[in-house]
Write a protein that binds this ligand. Sequence first.
Ligand code: SAH
Length: 368
Amino acid sequence: MTTLPLVFEAPRRGMPPSHLADLSRAQRREAVAALGLPAFRADQLSRQYFGRLRADPAEMSDLPAGVREQLREALLPPLVTPVTEQTCDGGRTRKTLWSGHDGVRAESVLMGYPDRATVCVSSQVGCGMACPFCATGQGGLRRNLSCAEIVEQVRQAAAAARDGALGEPTRLSNVVFMGMGEPLANYRRVVDAVRRITEPAPDGLGISARGVTVSTVGLVPAINKLAGEGLAVTLAVSLHTPDDELRDTLVPVNSRWKVSEVLSAARRYADATGRRVSIEYALIRDVNDQPWRAEKLGKLLRERLTTRLVHVNLIPLNPTPGSEWDASPLPVQEEFVDRVRAAGVACTVRDTRGREIAAACGQLAADS
Ligand code: SAH
């Protein structure tokens, strides 16, 4: 019997100071007024931060020099401080290890493609979900990230892409919550961050909700709640196998919410938003890669979600240190894809960006 990692309540310990990106537009105006400054200063700050992607008041020439320090202290404390940057894939993948105000370490990964640029962000430091094949899951949960810590990862990635970090200056178009942590276990802050990321500037960063993906182990009540938020983000569900017996071990939270309940919640989400749900499936050699599982998966998804509302994303397992598990051989992977497709379900294989710098799916595990 697997015990449920109980991490749904936010440990407040270590949370960072409040930041501009934690606040709605109205709250920013209130915060500026509380400093004895005119409310329009909040709009100036917002245009600088969300529109021009600047976080250093020294660079904000429309603000009087005399108030810049005051605004930095109150609203722009440095929360996400890059420690190291590593690149690979010919400069098209860039991992940032960063430090929080309390010294915790987390990671984000920026990836350039011919048609888009994507940042993979962390939502927690560590993770409490304990999936045995995932590097982040091995160390447990350290703390939640604040809304602003999440938004800051995106702002910094957008500024880096704009400034040519991927080669050509590029506009950041996609944000995936597939870094460290379980986003729906840090629900309120993640939803606030999604709003800030998708609202048009100067309220937010102006990235289309269609370009944002929230990935979850399948926390059913949180999926149901997300369906009612009026956010058209893509939901990704880390299923990894169609049967409860194996899923109980691969995704321990399955002992609480079974495959069937998770798929019902995914269906409700798809119906509420009109968005196709992405089913994540890390293909593990001799563990979940059998042809019968591919058939069962295809049939189950077709029945429960309809072929119109689902897409399977196969992730060749990225081996993590100390694990005996490995990716499936290519012919096995190809047969798996064919069998899912034979059920009428769309299925693609995720590229394995960042493997050599331990920046690929499930490899993020910063020492802290
Ligand atoms: N907690 C969220 C986000 C985590 S990471 C979730 O579980 O969905 C995003 C995806 O990477 C998840 O589908 C996760 O299961 C997968 N993943 C984790 N470790 C992996 C590994 N070693 N190889 C391949 N995929 C992995």
